[in-house]
Design a protein around this ligand. Sequence first.
Ligand code: ADP
Ligand code: MG
Ligand code: MG
Length: 252
Amino acid sequence: MSTLEIRDLQVTVDTEAGPKQILRGVDLTVSSGETHAIMGPNGSGKSTLAYSIAGHPKYTVTGGTVTLDGEDVLAMSVDERARAGLFLAMQYPVEVPGVSVSNFLRTAATAVRGQAPALRTWVKEVRGAMDQLEIDQSFAERNVNEGFSGGEKKRHEILQLELLKPKIAVLDETDSGLDVDALRIVSEGVNRVRAGGEVGVLLITHYTRILRYIEPDFVHVFVDGRVAEEGGKELADRLEAEGYERYVKKAS
Ligand code: ADP
Ligand code: MG
Ligand code: MG
């Protein structure tokens, strides 16, 4: 059982005009086996929260704490965060020139597991996971994110998620740019990972669409850099009907 605990997190982003305050005291706890949805309007700081957990250098933590099973995540390097069991799938995944998907996955698995996975079982594992995500086997020889379509990027993220088996997975806008078929396949992948009961999922999204496939246990409405309201999955239904206007008015 693992727990990611975010307490009063305050973060600024470096802009040309100087640091700008984005996160204004975020409180959130995600444990193994739970799925939390963070929903909010564009520009409310959802991706900033994901990048801050990931340790992106552009974001500066000016207050608060992030711990994983009591360990100080903010003191860890990006690699150490991954080895500790954090998985971050980004809204805008970067290209990794000259590194094939196959090598990338094996390197990542080696880093996370502390030792290289045995080749024979590993190859089977990767093939099986690719089949389930309806990814062609030739995909493994392509360079990471180079010329990937939106759907290929998302499937690659979920492939990593299934193979790396993290303690806590943060998925930022996993639904953006997916057609209905791709959304279903990607959601099924996330649900397979959830079904093990060992992974905690933090699903960040602007739209309620993905929540018809991945049912959250908890919903947090994110407005102006903090959690404005919390509830169960019925809160997502209300957002679908009413939108964010009510919250945005309150915040300004
Ligand atoms: P969301 O993911 O909810 O749409 P973001 O975290 O991407 O929100 O952005 C929150 C706010 O921070 C926005 O006003 C955005 O313009 C600003 N911001 C985020 N990242 C950067 C950056 N790297 N440089 C400048 N401004 C940024
Ligand atoms: Mg955005
Ligand atoms: Mg975003």
